[in-house]
Design a protein around this ligand. Structure first.
Ligand code: COA
Length: 332
């Protein structure tokens, strides 16, 4: 790591959550559930829902928030990476729609599909573009309109998800003691049966049958995902800590994907990380897929809880399976 010439550092953040709130009482009125069950089994109290617009709106608003807070022009952005599983359309890429919405007239970009690990994979990709020396301003966005693929008659799933977008700006720094340090990322396609959306793609093109069978909704075996998530996230996080000579007391924050508070707590416990060092906002937003990790970073940074020099582990798991952990040192 020390032979790196530059490090990719986060120099700006932005976020967007829609105004409309769905609280647990709303779900009590549409499916057979209770506020108590949802809070104790998932840690979620409410989530935000985008009523008008699509994922590109969530992503573009997060990008605009970042640009405004940095007083920066969109023309300066060279690359836009949008991690999402709910693109506005199969094509063009959501990144193109964001480019147009924010006026990033000098950028290229693309979408990255890795479900709940999407932001982690996009962060690694963006950092590699910076470290290559070719790019100096890379915008990485995690955004998902999960309400567009949730079956609101299925109590196992509908209570879990929300809509949001969050963005980071990556720039190079010669101070390699800050910024991106390391990542351990994994995929395993044997998870395809456990967590998926079967309809609409080239395997099951849209038809009356696919719609009738609800194949355009999220399907998951929640229990299996739960076990895999805890094991997968804790293993890679411990591996990356060991590889970089980090003890749990060296870590300022664990930033876990926000899927279920019980998954988060069990992962932190396996890692030996104290509860107060775990970023949590699932209670307010539910699982916003690619947006959860950057949303935590933005909120904790803006609340003054995240300081330059803080050592952070990002950890995620998701459909694929996809999972991994990144180690970075906060640089703002
Ligand atoms: N309200 C009330 N009861 C519910 C319910 C709800 N919203 N959802 C499920 N239940 C019921 C089940 O039907 C089941 O009833 P049964 O025993 O009569 O069959 C019971 O609660 C227990 O279900 P179980 O699946 O064992 O619950 P759980 O503790 O595993 O919690 C999840 C279910 C989905 C919350 C949990 O497994 C989970 O969070 N998994 C990971 C999901 C995830 O993160 N997916 C995205 C990946 S990025």
């Amino acid at each position: 790591m020390s032979e790196k010439k530059v490090s990719a550092v986060i120099t700006g953040v932005g976020m967007y959550v829609p105004e409309k709130v769905l609280d647990n009482a709303y779900f009590e009125s549409i499916v057979d559930t209770t506020d108590e069950w949802i809070r104790t089994r998932t840690g979620i109290s409410e989530r935000r829902i985008l009523e008008n617009g699509a994922t590109s709106n969530l992503a573009a608003e997060a990008a605009k928030d970042l640009l405004k807070s940095k007083n920066m022009k969109a023309e300066e952005i060279e690359v836009i990476i949008v991690a999402t599983v709910t693109p506005d359309m199969f094509f063009p890429a959501t990144a193109c729609l964001v480019q147009e919405k924010i006026g990033a007239n000098n950028a290229w970009g693309f979408d990255l599909s890795a479900a709940c690990s999407g932001f982690l994979f996009a962060y690694q990709t963006g950092c590699s573009l910076i470290e290559s020396g070719k790019y100096k301003k890379v915008l990485v966005i995690g955004a998902d309109k999960m309400s567009s693929i949730v079956d609101y008659t299925d109590r196992n799933n509908c209570i879990l998800f929300g809509d949001a977008g969050a963005a980071i700006l990556l720039e190079p720094t010669n101070d390699t003691s800050i910024g991106y340090q390391d990542s351990l990322l994994r995929i395993d396609g044997s998870g395809k049966e456990i967590l998926n959306m079967k309809g609409g793609g080239s395997l099951n093109p849209p038809s009356h049958e696919t719609v009738d069978k609800g194949m355009h909704y999220i399907f998951q075996d929640g229990k299996t995902v739960f076990k895999f998530a805890v094991k997968g996230m804790a293993e890679v996080s411990l591996d990356i800590m060991q590889k970089n000579g980090l003890k749990s007391e060296d870590i300022a924050y664990l930033v876990p994907h926000q899927a279920n508070l019980r998954i988060i707590n069990a992962t932190a416990e396996r890692m030996g990380i104290d509860k107060e060092k775990v970023m949590i906002n699932i209670n307010k937003y539910g699982n916003t897929t690619a947006a959860t990790i950057p949303l935590c970073l933005v909120e904790y940074y803006r609340d003054g809880k995240l300081k330059k020099g803080d050592k952070i582990i990002l950890a995620a798991f998701g459909a694929g399976y996809t999972w991994g952990a990144s180690y970075l040192v906060w640089g703002m």
